[in-house]
Design a protein around this ligand. Structure first.
Ligand code: DLZ
Length: 155
């Protein structure tokens, strides 16, 4: 018989750290609000949620690594907004952040979710932070819950 493993969206006994970039704060505050709402709706306890601010997206992987190594969390969600029009070396920074967060996940074995918007304009970012394209912060939080449950099932 085929064994199928798929994580469920349960926040029970889940501890999540959200690391949030302050750059483009108008956007990242909305991503954070969406993520918090999603975690609470799925049953994550208030004491199971930690929010850490950092200066910009470039700093997200280092903070995520520190949090992941602490042993205090089941998943890390990194939230940021990189906007090409305002960001020289946009591709370089975006690539570094994506690779860095991926490394944290592989090195620590913890889900480290990429909730970083990469858009051409501020308007496009806002559309994805509670606007017409939803809230990518909420989606990142749900991805974290699914991954925590999937990894628990694979133990
Ligand atoms: C410097 C910079 C620029 C130009 N643009 C952004 C951005 O669009 N989004 C973002 O999250 N951070 C930006 N930063 C800040 C860098 O990520 C980083 O915080 C600084 O270069 C300090 O290392």
């Amino acid at each position: 018989m085929v064994q199928v493993v798929e994580g469920q969206l349960s926040g029970r006994d889940v501890r999540v750290a959200l690391v949030v970039a302050r750059w483009n704060r108008l956007v990242t505050e909305s991503l954070l609000a969406g993520a918090l709402d999603a975690l609470r709706r799925h049953g994550v306890a208030e004491e199971g949620i930690t929010v850490v601010w950092c200066p910009g997206s470039f700093e997200l992987p280092l903070v995520a690594q520190k949090l992941a190594r602490s042993g205090s969390y089941d998943a890390i969600v990194a939230l940021g907004a990189l906007i090409r029009g305002e960001t020289p070396h946009f591709e370089y920074i975006a690539g570094q952040v994506a690779a860095g967060l991926g490394q944290v996940a592989l090195q620590t074995g913890l889900p480290c979710i990429f909730g970083v918007l990469t858009t051409e304009t501020l308007e496009q970012a806002l559309e994805r932070a509670g606007g017409k394209y939803g809230n990518k912060g909420a989606e990142a939080a749900l991805a974290a819950l699914e991954m925590v449950d999937a990894l628990r099932r694979l133990r």
